[in-house]
Design a protein around this ligand. Sequence first.
Ligand SMILES: N[C@@H](CCC(=O)N[C@@H](CS)C(=O)NCC(=O)O)C(=O)O
Length: 224
Amino acid sequence: MKLYNEADPAPNPRRVRIFLKEKGVDIELVPTPLMSRAHKSAEHLARNPLGQVPVLELDDGTHISESASICRYLEELHPEPNLFGRDAKERAMIDMWLRRVEFRLMQPLGQVWVHSHPFTAAVATQAFGQQFKDYGAANRKVFASGCKLFDREIEGRDFIAGPRYTMADIVAQTTFDFARFIGVDIPADCPALAAWYARVSARPSATFEVPEQRLAQARALGGA
Ligand SMILES: N[C@@H](CCC(=O)N[C@@H](CS)C(=O)NCC(=O)O)C(=O)O
């Protein structure tokens, strides 16, 4: 089994690596550098027609993409520590929060990245003809209002989906790490969310391996 992977700050492969660290499991990581377009090569498109990472390759040649789906598969192989829920109610709550992170935070953040950050200007121009800066800026507001929803909802509890750390925290954590990289910070009026972020960022699995200089440059270009 091997994971087609990209290093930090790429948020989606990062989810799987954090998940593996939390489980104490090592698997082979195959570098698939986005900068050299390895994810759009014919070989990689055969693994994932969307041309994205991460992709898990099983020993029988099956390819699983979508970071949450990969982690669900790995949870079946390595059930402890449990990260997707122990009973019907907990599984549903974790899934609900995971989807809220995807739709209310990650989705608008992706639009900020594609439509307003200079690092993606060429990709956006190729896909859309131009970067729609107003749309990028509008999605900054959508992201901020998503942050406020999370801030209100998690007040009084330690983790996103309840009293313990789960996959919902991993997906949210990688979203906020990437947000920080592109110059989008947790709004100042979200103290519960900021406290949660500090809590998950202190975990041994959370190391964010982006050189300070690169982080500072990306943040500055993103407007932070
Ligand atoms: N929903 C997918 C998103 C995968 C994704 O967007 N991966 C990024 C890297 S973090 C990528 O491959 N981007 C290149 C592209 O979309 O062309 C998942 O959860 O794995």
